[in-house]
Design a protein around this ligand. Structure first.
Ligand SMILES: C[S@@+](CC[C@H](N)C(=O)[O-])C[C@H]1O[C@@H](n2cnc3c(N)ncnc32)[C@H](O)[C@@H]1O
Length: 448
């Protein structure tokens, strides 16, 4: 597996901003700077069609419908959901859910929304309301979560961890588990260069709270079986034992490599937290803005130590935005960076037990995976935004076996490479023929 997304021909995921308006005003949010009399922009239906067509024709797979608060622009949200589905792409929605009603959620479910990522900052209503700058928002969100789940839509929570709520991760997860949620994501706050100097650094957590955040997540997984992760990049050298911290690995920086953001007016950014824009999709299309953000794909954007690190391809120097804010240098180090010395061997879920199992078992290729030809390799889309890169000869083998649905053994697999085949099992690209339960139990904690 290559995991090296620097040369791919176009984005995998597009964040599409439907409205800038939001009933909350989260203190750390990249939209916080807007003045009270700011006139919020909304997307038009014509532009939704235009951006979706352009993204699709450039090989895009997954659209994240976001804001501001998308439920404030419900007609656009519904139009966008239908548009994404009609074009054969997958989607997810970012919404606080505080404006959810049973009728709206039923309509969204029928249109094809299966999952919504919401944001909650604490189990303590006062802390949430303080961070969101809105009294009562905690209660409105809990109510919205229940309504949404009642309509049959899965809800996961993204907790943004700042200096204000850094000790609240465990209790927040516990509360969410008690109301029936099973997936909990906690991310350290990414400061935005869009915010003023005084705000930029104010809420960024340091090493000790970041370790506590990960420990609390692992504890929630252990005690309640919750699915946990972080979806913003963390330095792999900070994680220590990578097998133990598997849930937080291989989530390198997406900016301009897998993702781009298209704002309501068509201006594009590589990262939602970034101030710089790379042109307007109206003028130069998705292809043009993707080319303009090429600096994000260059290795020299990373600090020297990261460029030489064995895990560079999966860690990608963690967060460049944080590096810029703490060192005024895009090629500086992330504030949690520990350097490559002392990195331990990383098995990525391919344990000896799994390798032994692979030697005895037969497999078939997941019929759902899709292939996108890239320069010198293939991009495999597994589900939603989940993609990997693999070398041509492995991809040729998978394509052929997917077509015939033939089962195969390790002896038939290119190079008889059990580690590579093990990764395909972990990433759900191949399935085992007979002993699915054994395979599942071996990879359960590592599954991607
Ligand atoms: C701008 S919000 C819009 C969606 C929606 N209003 C919500 O509350 O989730 C999009 C996503 O960005 C996350 N986010 C906002 N500011 C962030 C920051 N400074 N660092 C990390 N994530 C952030 C939010 O938690 C949310 O998951």
């Amino acid at each position: 597996m290559l995991d090296f997304f620097r040369n791919i021909s176009g984005p995998i995921t597009m964040h599409l901003e439907l409205t800038e308006a939001c009933p909350e005003r989260c203190r750390h949010c990249y939209n916080f700077v807007r003045e009270p009399n700011y006139s919020f922009k909304n997307i038009t239906k014509e532009d939704i069609d235009l951006f979706l067509d352009d993204f699709k024709s450039n090989g895009g797979f997954h659209v994240i419908l976001t804001g501001g608060e998308p439920l404030l622009a419900f007609d656009k949200l519904l139009y966008a959901v239908e548009g994404v589905k009609r074009r054969g792409m997958s989607l997810s929605v970012n919404s606080s859910l505080m404006l959810a009603t049973a009728e709206k959620m039923k309509t969204l479910k029928e249109a094809g929304v299966d999952h919504i990522l919401s944001t909650l900052f604490s189990h303590d209503p006062h802390t949430h309301d303080f961070i969101a700058s809105r009294t009562g928002s905690f209660n409105e969100i809990i109510k919205g979560i229940n309504i949404t789940r009642g309509a049959g839509i899965r809800v996961s929570i993204n907790m943004i961890v700042t200096t204000v709520n850094e000790t609240h991760v465990y209790e927040t997860g516990k509360l969410l588990h008690s109301i029936g949620l099973n997936k909990f994501i906690a991310n350290r706050m990414i400061p935005s260069t869009l915010n003023s100097n005084s705000l930029k650094n104010e809420f960024l957590i340091t090493e000790e709270p970041a370790r506590r955040m990960l420990d609390d997540l692992l504890r929630l997984n252990k005690e309640f079986g919750m699915t946990i992760s972080s979806c913003r990049a963390l330095p792999h050298c900070f994680l220590g034992d990578l097998d133990e911290h598997f849930a937080f690995t291989a989530r390198g920086c997406n900016a301009g490599k897998r993702h781009l953001l298209v704002n309501c007016d068509g201006t594009a950014r590589a990262c939602v937290h970034e101030a710089e824009t790379y042109g307007n999709v109206h003028e130069i299309g998705i292809k043009g803005v993707w080319e303009n953000m090429g600096k994000w794909r260059r290795k020299d954007l990373l600090p020297k130590g990261c460029q030489e690190c064995a895990l560079m391809e999966i860690c990608e120097g963690a967060c460049r935005q944080i590096a810029e804010v703490v060192s005024s240098d895009w090629s500086g180090v992330d504030n949690l960076d520990k350097g490559p010395d002392g990195l331990r061997k990383y098995h990525r879920g391919v344990t000896n037990e799994l390798v032994n199992f692979i030697k005895k078992e037969k497999f078939f290729v997941n019929p759902e995976i899709e292939f996108r030809k890239e320069d010198g390799c293939y991009l495999i889309r597994i589900l939603g935004a989940k993609c990997v890169l693999i070398e041509n000869h492995f991809a040729d083998f998978l394509i052929k076996n997917q077509e015939t649905q033939q089962t195969f053994a390790l002896d038939d697999f290119p190079e008889r490479n059990a580690e590579e085949l093990g990764l395909y099992l972990v990433y759900d690209m191949v399935h085992s023929e007979q002993h699915t339960n054994i395979a599942n139990s071996l990879i359960e904690q590592y599954r991607r």
